[in-house]
Design a protein around this ligand. Structure first.
Ligand code: AMP
Ligand code: MG
Length: 517
């Protein structure tokens, strides 16, 4: 039996109002709210690894009482349901109160090893933070979040996890591209799991309202529950904590850049204080290497959250968090140290990650031009990022040929036009790896461990969604299974490791996504 110990609602001030209507919530960090029951809940998928974190076996998870809990139709002993209050900067502007508009917590579970996990239903109905929206989620976006949280985890990057995906048997109306074409789509409830879902925006809102005592309470709670290892005076703990958040965020950005993940909506309300990937919406994966690519149609004009800008945006978001903390910091200069830590960590980790991707034993100061040249070539010649790096490991530095890279090109004309430039680059790369004096098989093994063979390409997710909407969830399971071992060649699964097919180039869901979910 899973134990619950609901510290957040026990230790932080809650909303005095108990009725569920949209409102501004002042002086409190959460509101009590119950999920709205659904008509006909049915499991579509669950993650056995996430279930294991919660000591849940398949039989227990599939029991009627867990199905009820995971769909919003009932709660289990020890659970308590609430939504939290946060604000955020959206697309560069302060948006004021946002909050969990369609996320409802089930409480904090403690597993047998003593680890704490917040459980959260996404799409379980309206909360006081839903504003004019319905608090629901469509199946397509829930499948995307389910698959991607698990895929990101298996790639070795920090993320919130997905426990279960339940179809509600109800219809949710969405106007996918906000162009006056609303349609009814199947609804779903996702249960996600993380040690803490606290976001930058949780700190920004009390700061924006000049509520220093509430901000202090939130910080003390966060330190005590989520960062118990940070010690010192209250001033030192604040500085060390902010620095830690900066460092984790920097590491996360390097992970996204190294695997080709584009979050799509890096608003400060979608930034985790634990440095986790959080709130999977119109995210996407880099197919052809285009630094300016964004999957989010809402961002197509400004490209604020495009692939290459993610590290800079994360820093900008940390500056907003620093701005909020300044309200309770006698000496805001301690916060600049955190931002410097961000820069230093990002640079160091980027070099470490990309040295491994390119097969260098260690990053050297003069590696930057070679790496940047590769990025330029990949972009100009329209080359698949995943296939390029995986193929590079198979290139023999002693008998150069581009054969191992041929599959990575999207455009034959561009391939021919850049053939000489690629050979010239490969020659320099071969000199560079030979200068390490490392055995080729060892280098290849290191490169394969740094360069995924399988990522959740947008079109693969869309194919699984199309089939699930027809009532067949087998593709979700098969995809999840392949993504469990992304760095390992899986015979028979070649179809999951191919470059994006032509038909998917401009198809909604494959290259164009909106926030409508
Ligand atoms: P997002 O862009 O998904 O990070 O969401 C931004 C804000 O809108 C958050 O406060 C969400 O809780 C809220 N939100 C998004 N979709 C819905 C929905 N269908 N119902 C209620 N609130 C929503
Ligand atoms: Mg969000």
């Amino acid at each position: 039996m899973l134990c619950f110990d609901n510290r957040l609602v026990r230790e932080l001030p809650g909303d005095a109002a108990v009725h569920n209507y949209p409102r501004q919530v002042q002086g409190a960090l959460w509101s009590p709210v119950s999920p709205t029951p659904v008509a006909a809940p049915r499991f579509i998928a669950w993650s056995r690894e996430t279930a294991e974190l919660l000591d849940l076996g398949k039989r227990e998870l599939q029991s009627p009482k867990w199905l009820a809990a995971l769909s919003g139709n009932g709660i289990l002993p020890g659970m308590t349901t609430y939504a939290t209050c946060y604000g955020g900067h959206q697309f560069g502007s302060w948006a004021n109160q946002l909050g969990d508009g369609r996320a409802i917590f089930l409480g904090e579970a403690i597993n047998a090893a003593g680890q704490r996990f917040e459980l959260q239903l996404k799409g379980a109905g309206p909360t006081p933070y839903s504003r004019r929206a319905d608090g629901r989620a469509v199946l397509r976006s829930s499948i995307r979040e389910f698959l991607c949280s698990e895929a990101i985890h298996h790639l070795g990057a920090p993320t919130t996890r997905a426990l279960s995906l339940v179809a509600t048997g109800e219809t949710v109306v969405r106007d996918m591209f906000y162009d006056g074409h609303p349609v009814g789509e199947p609804g779903a409830v996702l249960c996600r799991v993380a040690p803490s879902f606290i976001r930058f925006g949780h700190f920004e809102l009390p700061a924006a309202r000049d509520d220093a005592p509430l901000l202090r309470q939130l910080l003390d709670f966060t330190l005590s529950r989520d960062f118990p290892e940070i010690t010192g005076t209250s001033e030192e703990r604040l500085a060390r904590w902010f620095s830690e958040v900066c460092e984790r965020t920097a590491r996360l950005m390097v992970h996204w850049m190294r695997v080709g993940f584009v979050h799509g909506v890096m608003n400060t309300d979608n930034m985790s204080i634990l440095g986790l990937t959080i709130d999977y919406g119109p995210y996407g994966w880099i197919d052809d290497f285009d630094p300016a690519w964004t999957p989010n149609t809402t961002d197509a004009q400004g490209r604020r959250y495009c692939f290459a800008r993610q590290p800079a945006v994360a820093r900008w978001n940390l500056e907003r968090l620093a701005g909020a903390l300044a309200l309770i910091t006698p000496d805001p200069k301690v916060l600049s140290a955190g931002l410097e830590r961000y820069d230093a960590t990002y640079t160091g980790e980027f070099q470490r990650a990309f040295a491994a991707k390119f097969g260098f034993v260690e990053w050297r100061d003069d590696d930057a031009p070679l790496v940047e040249q590769a990025f330029d070539l990949l972009h100009e010649a329209e080359v698949d990022m995943t296939l390029f790096f995986r193929g590079l490991a198979a290139v023999d530095p002693l008998a150069l040929s581009t054969a191992a890279l041929d599959d990575a090109f999207y455009d034959a004309t561009k391939r021919t036009a850049h053939a000489d430039a690629f050979m010239a680059w490969l020659t320099r790369w071969a000199d560079r790896v030979r200068s390490d004096g490392e055995h080729a098989t060892r280098r290849q093994a290191r490169m394969d461990a740094a360069n995924p063979r399988y990522v959740l390409r947008n079109y693969l997710a869309q194919e699984a969604i199309d089939r699930a909407e027809q009532g067949d969830s087998a593709a979700i399971h098969e995809l999840l299974d392949v993504l469990r071992r992304p760095y390992v060649e899986q015979p028979g699964k070649e179809n999951f490791g191919k470059k994006r097919p032509d038909w998917a180039r401009h198809k909604p869901g494959c290259s164009m996504l909106s926030c409508s979910s």
